[in-house]
Every structure is written in structure tokens, then in C-alpha cells.
Design a protein around this ligand. Structure first.
Ligand code: PSV
Ligand code: MN
Ligand code: MN
Length: 393
């Protein structure tokens, strides 16, 4: 179990290190990165103290640079690598009626060209994932044809998938869904079923991305996870937690039990670490990524805490006695089976994780080690005028 925990890979998002807030106010903190390089430097701190966050997702154009190969080199020098490339087709006036599903073919072309540009960025940076989320949808019945919009979505994804296959065969396409917001009547990718249908038409390198904040309240997310794993189509997660909607709070903060139940499905599918071949298209290769905003709390400690929360949920899930569970299930022992799962959930795995870190040559308490490092004081002194994450500004 300790070996698996040491090899887990949790990706942090560049945007978590930037200023963020809500549509009411973006709060400015001190020491915030001023460009993509400084965001990567901050992400490298999270990896330095946890040992399990070796990649950082980028969002384009929030992380636009002149030379992406240079950005990848910088990341390598900092001890991390570029993770998922996230195109952004939701922040321009042109996209008022949608991006890839827009009724205007010129706007669709612009959006698809941006997706293709991001495939090239992926190839240049050595990224393994193109992570797609679309704000496309409609607000009123009759506003546009639901079916035509699906055709446009299918066409855009197919064009992008083709380029990905030609230019970056190492990459996997992750297709994220969200049940509402910013559109309120229909979202063009509202749920895992719609994402999966598109993926099935595209090919085996297209998989579904589950953002834990993107479901109706009360949704049984582990059920979705189990079904997608069964189909070999769970591409990854955007982990965060929510009390109401897409709150983007620290994963495991609102509902650690739900996170544990999700990780139990991952453990049972043997997907805690990437497949032996490291092929992201392999059936059980799942990318664990964070998608969060730290509006009030400091960013780097917020990400460290998030990584630790995922580790704790994973360690608890790995503590489930699967043999005993199988026996109880076979015997129809409902309470026994549930008891085995709850015993694991109620285990304090923090000493175990301290041991894992010590084995890895790390300090047992990553938050204390970061606080003692002086990095926070250094960036507060050096950086003036940090950027906003990109949304809500
Ligand atoms: C949209 O709510 C989303 O979850 C998508 O993944 C975006 O890329 C991300 O948030 C931006 O924070
Ligand atoms: Mn997301
Ligand atoms: Mn979201």
C-alpha cells in the first residue's frame, strides 16, 4: 500500500496559484505569480513537499507564453512537467451563443482552430492530455436546435481528435461535462452520458473527465466512476468540493466520505497509479487533477492540503479489506460488508502517510515544511502585481 501511495500522481492546476474569487470580487493576495513561469514555480513547491504532484495543468490563453518548449524546459528544471492543456473558448464576446456549437460557422472555425492550437501546444510541451470543457449551451427553449448543436459538437471534436492523432499521438482527449452554468436551459455537454457518447464515436483516446463539482446535488458520483471504469473510458478527475454548485473548494473539505467512496471504486479497478506501460489510453489510466480556486486561503498551502486530502481518501480506500469484503458480499452479509468499508473509512491514515513521506525522503508534514522553507516570504517580497486566475475578474 505504501508503494502505491508513493507513486500516486495528483496534478495541480496553474490557475489555482493565481488570484481568484467569485463574480462579486476577485481578492488580491500577496506574492501571486505574474506569469505562467511563476505559476509553475509555485506548483513545483507543492511537488517538493508532497512528492506526488509532478505535473501542472495549463489553461490557454491564461498561460500563453512566447515559447512553449521553453516553458516545458523551465518546468523540468523546477522538477515538474506540463500536464493537461486546457483550451478556453468561454471568455470572448464571439462566444456569446457558444463556441464549437455556435450557429455561425465562422465562430465555430475560430473555436476549433483554438482547440487545434492547444493540441500543438500539447505536442510542444510533452503534455499527455487535451482537456476540453465547453461553456456552450442555451438559455431559452427554442433558442437553437438541440440536435444541430450536438452535430456541431461532434464535428468539432472529430476535427480536433484527427489533428491530435496526427500531431500528438501520445495525447488523450478528455471531455468534461457540467450540468448547468453558464447556460441555464441546456448545456451541450451536460452529463457523463453525453460526453461518453461523443467519446465512443471518436476513438479509444477520447475519455470522459469527471469534475466532482459538476453534478446535481445528491448525485452518486462513484456510480458514474464505476460505469466509466467498466467501459475503460474514465479519463480523469477534476477534483474539488462543493456545498452548493461548482464551488471549486478544496477537495475532501465538504464531503470526505464521497471522495473516499470514489477512491474505493478506483482502488477496486486497480487504477490508483497509471498502468504499468504508462499509456494514458490504457483502460485503467486515470488522471487525478485538481480544479480549484483558493479565494480566501493562501494558494500553495491550499494546494498542498488538497493533495493531502486526496492521499488520505486513497489510503483509506486502500485500507479496505477487499477479500473480506468479497466474502461478505457473497454471503449476502449487508451489514458486514458495509462495516468493512466503514472501518476503513474511519481509520486514521495520517501516521501511515507520514511514513510514506519519510520513506520518500520528505518531511512528514508538508504544510509545516513549506511554512518553514521561507518561500512564501520570498515571493511576497519579489512579486508585485500578480495575475488573476482568469475567471470572475
Ligand atoms: C468549468 O467550470 C471548469 O470546471 C473547467 O474545467 C474549466 O477549465 C475550469 O473550471 C476553470 O476553472
Ligand atoms: Mn473542471
Ligand atoms: Mn468547474
Amino acid at each position: 500500500m505504501r508503494k502505491l501511495l508513493a507513486r500516486q500522481h495528483i496534478e495541480t492546476p496553474s490557475w489555482a496559484y493565481a488570484n481568484s474569487g467569485t463574480r462579486f470580487k476577485v481578492f488580491n493576495q500577496q506574492g501571486i505569480p505574474r506569469d505562467a513561469y511563476e505559476k509553475i514555480a509555485d506548483a513545483a513547491q507543492v511537488h517538493r513537499y508532497t512528492g506526488v504532484a509532478p505535473t501542472v495543468a495549463i489553461h490557454i490563453p491564461w498561460d500563453t507564453v512566447d515559447d512553449y518548449a521553453d516553458l516545458a524546459r523551465f518546468a523540468r528544471d523546477e522538477g515538474v512537467a506540463i500536464g493537461a492543456v486546457n483550451p478556453n473558448t468561454f471568455q470572448e464576446d464571439d462566444y456569446r451563443l457558444g463556441s464549437v456549437c455556435n450557429p455561425d460557422p465562422k465562430i465555430r472555425r475560430k473555436a476549433i482552430d483554438h482547440l487545434i492550437e492547444c493540441v500543438h501546444i500539447g505536442a510542444e510541451t510533452g503534455s499527455k492530455q487535451l482537456s476540453l470543457w465547453f461553456a456552450d449551451g442555451t438559455n431559452y427553449p427554442g433558442q437553437d436546435s438541440i440536435r444541430d448543436r450536438q452535430d456541431r459538437m461532434a464535428d468539432a471534436l472529430a476535427q480536433t481528435y484527427q489533428v491530435m492523432t496526427d500531431v500528438a499521438p501520445e495525447m488523450t482527449m478528455l471531455v468534461e461535462y457540467k450540468f448547468f452554468e453558464p447556460a441555464f436551459y441546456t448545456m451541450d455537454l451536460p452529463d457523463w452520458g453525453t460526453s461518453l457518447l461523443h467519446c465512443l464515436h471518436l476513438g479509444e483516446r477520447a475519455k470522459v473527465l469527471v469534475d466532482t463539482g459538476h453534478h446535481a446535488p445528491g448525485t452518486n458520483i462513484e456510480m458514474i466512476v464505476a460505469l466509466l471504469l467498466r467501459e475503460g473510458r474514465l479519463g480523469g478527475f477534476h477534483f474539488n468540493s462543493r456545498f452548493y454548485a461548482d464551488d471549486d473548494l478544496i477537495v475532501g473539505a465538504a464531503d470526505p466520505f464521497a471522495l473516499f467512496r470514489i477512491m474505493l471504486e478506483i482502488v477496486q479497478a486497480g487504477a490508483v497509479v497509471p498502468s504499468a506501460e504508462g499509456d494514458p489510453a490504457a483502460d485503467n489510466s486515470v488522471a487525478f487533477m485538481l480544479d480549484q480556486g483558493h479565494n480566501l486561503e493562501p494558494k500553495i498551502p491550499g494546494e498542498i492540503r488538497s493533495v493531502m486530502n486526496v492521499q488520505e481518501a486513497t489510503a483509506k480506500a486502500l485500507s479496505v479489506d477487499l477479500d473480506a469484503l468479497g466474502t461478505a458480499r457473497q454471503a449476502g452479509d449487508v451489514l458486514g460488508a458495509n462495516g468493512i468499508v466503514m472501518d476503513a473509512y474511519n481509520t486514521d491514515v495520517r501516521p501511515l502517510l507520514e511514513q510514506v513521506r519519510t520513506d520518500m525522503g520528505l518531511a512528514p508534514d508538508p504544510l509545516a515544511a513549506y511554512a518553514a522553507s521561507g518561500y512564501q516570504q520570498k515571493i511576497i517580497e519579489e512579486r508585485v502585481g500578480g495575475t488573476a486566475a482568469g475567471w470572475g475578474a
